[in-house]
Design a protein around this ligand. Sequence first.
Ligand code: HEC
Length: 117
Amino acid sequence: MMLRLMLSALLLALAGPAAAAGNIERGKQKADQVCAACHAVGGDWNKPLQPEYPRLAGQYRDYLVTTLNAYKQGEKSQIGRKNAIMAGQAAALSRQEIEDISAFLASLPGPLFTKSR
Ligand code: HEC
């Protein structure tokens, strides 16, 4: 227990300040520019262009980061996300832009929730 606490403290210290944290404002700018056409009709992130396009408002930040990095890595990703549209979108994003966009989308109100048991 104590060791685990010390390890997490050490890892936090190594990660440095806000190294991975996304910037919501920058994320909003980028997302409005390149992602809204398909995921936010009329700027509403709860209204994707097609019913089968995923709704992103309020999705968990870590889930968004993971999926976007998986699309970006394609075949090399351990969770293997392959989609012609999103591969191109994610390939054009830097790691920091992925963090920023994910922070923005996660900050939005949305109907997504996880069932508690
Ligand atoms: C041309 C339309 C289009 C654009 C532009 C687009 N997307 Fe997508 N997005 C899709 C489609 C279609 C899917 C579903 C892909 C699949 O089945 O894997 C998707 C899936 C996703 C997912 C996975 C969601 C989940 O629940 O698994 C994320 C995250 C995502 N998009 C984020 C983005 C971001 C961020 C941008 C802007 C950089 C963007 N998309 C731009 C069409 C688009």
